[in-house]
Design a protein around this ligand. Structure first.
Ligand SMILES: [Zn+2]
Length: 243
């Protein structure tokens, strides 16, 4: 692993953001963190390089069941922007495709400073929330989506599943709350996926993600993984929540 740290006082790329740190490692993209001068993220996370590398490694370890890089997204650059904006966070990616090197992804994660400030009751809470948000958005960077066909509730559920499995659930998540549908998304679908793995098939989410690289999505993917339809599984799951 090779790490580089750059500190610049001048603005870089985006006028409102200051470039804070950059990490380059063997199996990860070049990860850079940007933050405006009026929000001192270093005060909360002194070692941004190790933190950003650790978040990315956790996402990849939880999402990919294989060391076969041909099954993984080849993300070559990941910029993390902490910025003043409404909402919580979003992710976007550009692709560069060539016959020689295949498809490469250049990705960005944007996180709202205003959202983070709601967790400022302790430094620990703010870092925990930021880490969880980066892991959720980082999952979107790396996950496959059945060539754009995957159920959006499943996509959001897998992103929160990765938060859950890496020990970074949201502070207000409630495992016992009863969702209306299996694909309600976010924590609801995350807890459901975890239950299916514990009850029927460990490693299912990794296998699902891999399958969604080249195959279009259908609900039948649950039957292929567990022998039961997603509706059957959800009925069984709901019974356990009501106990
Ligand atoms: Zn999401």
């Amino acid at each position: 692993m090779r790490l580089n740290i750059f500190r610049k006082l001048t603005n870089f790329f985006k006028p409102q953001n200051t470039f804070l740190s950059s990490a380059t490692t063997d199996n990860l993209p070049k990860i850079s963190v940007f933050c405006p001068p009026d929000f001192q993220i270093n005060k909360y996370i002194p070692d941004l390089v190790n933190w950003s590398v650790s978040c990315s490694n956790k996402v990849k370890e939880t999402l990919y069941g294989t060391l076969d890089v041909s099954k993984q997204k080849n993300v070559i650059s990941l910029n993390i922007y902490l910025e003043h904006m409404s909402g919580v966070a979003f992710t976007r990616s550009k692709t560069v495709t060539s016959l020689v090197t295949g498809t490469k992804y250049i990705s960005e994660i944007h996180v709202s400073i205003e959202h983070l400030m709601k967790f400022k009751s302790s430094n620990q809470n703010l870092v925990k929330e930021l880490t969880g948000v980066i892991i959720h958005e980082g999952t979107h960077v790396y996950q496959h989506n059945g060539k754009g066909t995957a159920n959006s509730g499943l996509i959001e559920g897998i992103a929160d599943y990765v938060r859950l499995k890496t020990g970074n659930p949201g502070s207000n998540w409630n495992r016992k709350s009863v969702p209306a549908t299996w694909d309600a998304g976010y924590q609801s679908t995350a807890f459901f996926l975890e239950w299916i793995e514990n009850r029927y098939k460990q490693g299912m989410v990794k296998l699902m993600n891999e399958k969604l690289k080249d195959t279009k999505y259908s609900d039948d993917i649950f039957r292929q993984m567990t022998g039961k339809s997603v509706n059957q599984l959800f009925k069984e799951y709901i019974v356990t929540l009501k106990k």
